[in-house]
Design a protein around this ligand. Structure first.
Ligand code: PLP
Length: 468
């Protein structure tokens, strides 16, 4: 009886906070009877408030099972359409190290069948470590993007001599000359002459060769891969299909002098539904269309179907982590009586740097506790640095959160999709600490990185404790 009554009275809180929705990547998230946020791994459930009580805030919480599902689902999806459509090329997914270099992220991705993409010499150094420790078998393939310093090229050569399949992606004539004698396969990056409707698509691009220049080079020793990377957060199917068509045409032309060219690498850019208001493109439909396009275009030109390499980064890493903050105080906003400031114990500038560096970047927020609170408050969120830009106003709109009162003295905040780029972009403005990292896997909750302490921060700035 009582149960029924509660249900009748209650709102559907799960739906209200956009939890349990596959299209928003929150299918693993739920609310318990107490109003706490729950995260499911199979039939195991983690209570976010247990993590708050044990490790405090600000804390990043990573769920390897979410990352693993996403990687294995995508590999299966590509392979399924390759089979259904009788496509002759192979599919390779390369985990994008720059989207999250934490060991806890990289190793499960590799264990699910990811190859690796690195963007710098230091990322490649981590690959060297894994190789030396026998962490992966020799079938793993590594693509190397980014400007190649001498150090970077030396490391590429060293790992190739150790038997790793490593493919430097040549971006300019300097690298072309420097890698002339490279014994392994190489790739080239093209700046495709195609415009798509995406925020990051720039009129002037400083990456890769222009199409014309690339064709003028003619033969490139050991060329096996044509690479392009158009944009990030590319929200339209056409934004993937248009460049792919163009790339296949170029692939066909380049093959005339480079018959060893057998792979098209279409880079990153699969969007993340950060805001959770509109549906993103369906990955199933996109994969279907991409394979169809690759097949149709190469058949038309009479070239063999290229292998396809995918380097989507944030699509995998962003949804597999959340960040927890505490609301530390509330304050009224002058001239805006219906909205309040909620201050958090972290910062948008230091911990959620995309808020600051990406124009109109949106996040989805929900409380970790009191998800069933009936009285809600329109808020703007303020970070803990002294910076006037350290805030989140949903672009002048508002965020709805439980109203603070005697019943709700403590409120904890969950920010979704924080698993890509945020930690490496984070900083210590006002000496705010970098957050702790907690990993939830196989029913266990482990602290993987402590929150920065004042002592550690002091040391970074030369305060070693021996100053008088
Ligand atoms: C950053 C980057 C990616 C990943 O981009 P996402 O938008 O995170 O998918 C892939 N390839 C290259 C070359 C990149 O620079």
């Amino acid at each position: 009886m009582a149960k029924k009554k509660i249900k009748k009275q209650g709102k559907n809180w799960k739906k209200f906070w956009k939890l349990g929705m596959e299209e928003f990547n929150t299918q693993h998230f739920d609310v318990n009877a107490n109003g706490d946020m729950i995260v499911n791994e199979g039939y195991y459930q983690y209570n976010i408030m247990d993590i708050v009580r044990k490790y405090g805030t600000m804390t990043e919480v990573f769920f390897p099972s979410i990352l693993e599902h996403r990687v294995s689902d995508l590999i299966e999806l590509f392979n399924a359409y390759i089979k259904i459509l009788n496509y002759k090329g192979k599919f390779y997914y390369h985990y994008v190290m720059k989207s999250n270099q934490n060991r806890e992220f990289v190793l499960p991705a590799i264990a699910e069948g990811s190859h690796i993409e690195v963007s710098s010499s230091n990322e490649l150094f981590l690959v060297k470590r894994m190789l030396e420790q026998g962490k992966f078998n020799r079938k793993v393939r590594v693509t190397c993007n980014g400007p190649k310093t001498d150090e970077y090229i030396r490391l590429i050569e060293e790992l190739r001599d150790k038997g790793l399949i490593i493919i430097p992606i040549i971006e300019n004539t300097h690298e072309l000359n420097r890698l002339k004698k490279f014994k392994g396969e190489v790739g080239v990056r093209v700046n495709l002459d195609v415009k798509i409707d995406a925020h990051w698509d720039k009129k002037y691009n400083h990456f890769g060769f222009d199409e014309e220049d690339l064709l003028k080079i003619g033969k490139i020793r050991n060329l096996s891969m044509l690479h392009y990377h158009i944009s990030t957060q590319n929200e339209k199917v056409e934004g993937f299909i248009k460049p792919l068509k163009r790339a296949i045409a170029l692939y066909a032309k380049l093959r005339e002098q480079n018959p060893g060219l057998d792979t098209v690498n279409f880079g990153g850019g699969m969007p993340v539904p950060y805001e959770k208001r509109k549906k993103m493109i369906s990955v199933k439909n996109l994969v279907n269309q991409m394979i169809k396009t690759a097949k149709k275009e190469s058949d038309k030109l009479g070239v063999k179907h290229p292998n396809l390499v995918c380097e989507w980064g944030s699509y995998f890493t962003a949804p597999s982590q959340i960040t927890l903050f505490k609301v530390i105080e509330e304050k009224s906003i002058s001239n805006k009586s219906d909205t309040k400031w909620y201050f958090i114990d972290g910062s948008f500038i230091t911990n959620l740097t995309d808020t600051w560096s990406v124009v109109r970047h949106k996040w989805h927020f929900a409380p970790a506790n009191h998800l069933n609170a009936r009285r809600l408050q329109k808020v703007w969120l303020a970070g803990s640095t002294c910076d006037a830009d350290d805030r989140y106003t949903a672009s002048g709109n508002y965020v709805l959160l439980p109203k603070l009162n005697e019943e709700i003295p403590d409120l904890y905040l969950v920010v979704f999709d924080t698993g890509s780029y945020q930690y490496t972009l984070s900083n210590n403005h006002c000496l705010i600490s970098k957050p702790a990292l907690v990993v939830c896997q196989n029913g266990e909750i482990k602290l993987s990185r402590k929150r920065q302490t004042p002592e550690e921060l002091g040391k970074l700035f030369g305060w070693n404790g021996d100053h008088k």
